[in-house]
Ligand binder design. Structure first.
Ligand code: NAP
Length: 245
């Protein structure tokens, strides 16, 4: 059983999708949650309202994770409002499927700036501003292992996230744990947009459960990794994917 969290938790990209589900579950378990977003203000406020409607505590803070100054402001605003930051969940992400030969340098910069640089900026802030004994959880992707055509930029930027996770876990100190999860396909806008039913069915058939994941499948694992009960796990990449790979 997970004990009440009593922690202040930043969830990046929590306006919708998996991040929203994480924010709701963490708040239900007594965390004070910072719902970060880059542009979807209305959705971020909806996430906060949903949390408050269940007597939880949350605020929305706009910050583009690819921008160093905005990430610093995200941490400072959290500390200003809640007094500390105990857990950082690096969930913000984007997907634009293109084969490498069809992609542009701008495509490369966009996905690497949000995934690799976003995790770099937030972990650098966490280095000095996260509470002793805190937890950092980065969100990678099972596509790192899957070699699917169209995923070269997306999955390679997530591979960078995985390696930063491993190395930073041994650098950060102060009893802070650093892990990543690698979800398989999850039913959100990021995954379904632009994909044929045939392709989605193919991915379903590759899992042991003949389905794709739900945001709650991922949020449940984040709840454990944000808790003190997971403390002895650090430097690890945890697949959360119904055995798809
Ligand atoms: P989603 O529904 O599209 O949500 C993405 C979230 O990221 C939104 O809240 C978005 O907010 C935010 N975001 C995007 N760029 C940002 C930036 N520069 N700064 C701050 N926030 C930003 O996607 P999702 O499916 O929930 O994905 C969440 C994470 O899981 C991503 O890291 C994704 O790569 C990973 N993942 C997803 C799947 C899947 O199948 N869905 C599988 C494996 C891994 P704004 O709209 O405000 O920008």
């Amino acid at each position: 059983m997970i004990k009440p969290l009593n922690k202040v938790i930043i969830v990046t990209g929590a306006s919708r999708g998996i991040g929203r589900e994480m924010a709701l579950l963490l708040a239900e378990n007594n965390a004070e949650v910072v719902v970060n977003f880059a542009s979807s203000e209305k959705e971020a406020k909806e996430t906060v309202d949903l949390i408050k409607s269940k007597n939880g505590n949350a605020i929305a803070v706009k910050a583009d994770v690819s921008k160093k100054d905005e990430v610093a402001m995200l941490f400072d605003e959290t500390i200003h409002q809640f007094g500390r930051v105990d857990v950082l969940v690096n969930n913000a992400g984007v997907m634009d499927m293109k084969e490498l030969s069809e992609s542009s340098e701008d495509d490369f910069d966009k996905v690497y700036n949000i995934h690799a640089k976003g995790v770099y900026h937030t972990m650098k802030e966490a280095y000095s501003k996260l509470s002793d004994g805190g937890n950092i959880i980065n969100v990678s992707s099972s596509t790192v292992k899957m070699m699917l055509p169209g995923y070269s930029l997306y999955s390679s930027s997530k591979a960078a996230v995985e390696q930063m996770t491993r190395v930073f876990s041994k650098e950060v100190g102060r009893n802070i744990s650093v892990n990543a999860i690698a979800p398989g396909p999850v039913d959100t806008e990021l995954f379904t947009k632009g994909k044929s039913e045939e392709f989605i069915d193919k991915l379903k058939s590759m899992s042991a459960f003949n389905r794709i994941g739900e945001p709650s499948d991922i949020a449940n694992v984040i709840l454990f990794l944000a808790s003190d009960e997971s403390k002895w796990i650090s430097g690890q990449i945890l697949p959360v994917n119904g055995a798809i790979v």
